[in-house]
Write a protein that binds this ligand. Sequence first.
Ligand SMILES: CC(C)(COP(=O)(O)OP(=O)(O)OC[C@H]1O[C@@H](n2cnc3c(N)ncnc32)[C@H](O)[C@@H]1OP(=O)(O)O)[C@@H](O)C(=O)NCCC(=O)NCCS
Length: 324
Amino acid sequence: MALNVVAADAPLVERILDETFPVWGQGLDRAAYGRYNRAQAATPWGAANLRRVALVDDGGRLLASAKRYVLAATVDGERVPLLGLGAVFTPEARRGHGYGRELLRRVLEEAAEQGFGLAMLFSEIAPRYYEHLGFRMLPVSQVALSARPGARPGPLAIAMRSGDFGDIASIVEMNESARAGCRLALVRDAAYVRFCIARKRLLAASGAPGHRRVEFFVVEEGGRAAAYVVLLEVGEHAMVTEWGDRDPSGARVGAMLQTILARDAGAVACLRAWLNPGPLPPQLEIAAREVPPLTMMMRPLGRHVWPSPPLDTGDIAWWPADVF
Ligand SMILES: CC(C)(COP(=O)(O)OP(=O)(O)OC[C@H]1O[C@@H](n2cnc3c(N)ncnc32)[C@H](O)[C@@H]1OP(=O)(O)O)[C@@H](O)C(=O)NCCC(=O)NCCS
């Protein structure tokens, strides 16, 4: 039986969505799940950089599928093309025949030939599945944050406004300077930053009204964004999907998050974030360290080798917004 890797066309994408909906439906109905996925692929960044690939047999049967993202990272100061992999899936009836692994093996081989230097994924399953393909785990530090005791309760005197796409250029600059101090970080250009925010908004808009909320706030200085934060909220739980601050101490972001924690009589009772290199904003403290539900995994491709010394917590800048 001949096996082929193909870029999924629209009908094949629908079959993949039918199969993956029970696993990754995120509480949406099937129609909304379809709209959410198609809308991501139709954004300017998605259309250029996000593909579904599938392993099919000579009868066109779907054997395995995955999402493939074209990204770039900096590793110890060097810019490296990065292949992101997501939504690795084998239909239930086809599992255990090596199809998932074969799809990944071929996609990785092709990516190495195309000049990608790194592959990355976020595993929801036991990491050994991907370790067999050369991936290793990277440390992610997820924390629950609270305002420092003694922080003034009630609304605070920081003038936040809703962020908009006019702020993207400032956000790209903030991301760039944050990246400078890290050994591994994602390169976030304007189209990609827009994609990340749009993806969260699409998810919120696709579900039951009010179930998920996305908040995007900016603090301005001199007419441009000097700090920003994006939150995804479900009930009283909020995840900081990304943040940035021109002030290296993070004091503006700290004041924004302190305000968010103080408003509406504790509407956000639990605020989570992934800790990136750099100081924790002075208004905040770590309430708890948590095990993230996903394992960040990476492997070098082609002529690229593992960074040396090995990457450790405190070396990596990565946001939940950048999970694919
Ligand atoms: C995980 C998945 C893609 C594996 O697909 P598959 O085509 O059956 O996998 P393969 O036949 O290539 O590999 C089988 C191996 O995977 C292992 N495996 C299967 N499911 C696994 C899991 N949840 N965790 C870890 N290993 C798993 C099997 O034990 C087997 O190992 P072995 O070769 O050492 O015996 C498939 O089970 C699936 O689609 N699951 C639901 C979606 C999902 O969770 N995807 C992963 C997202 S990170």
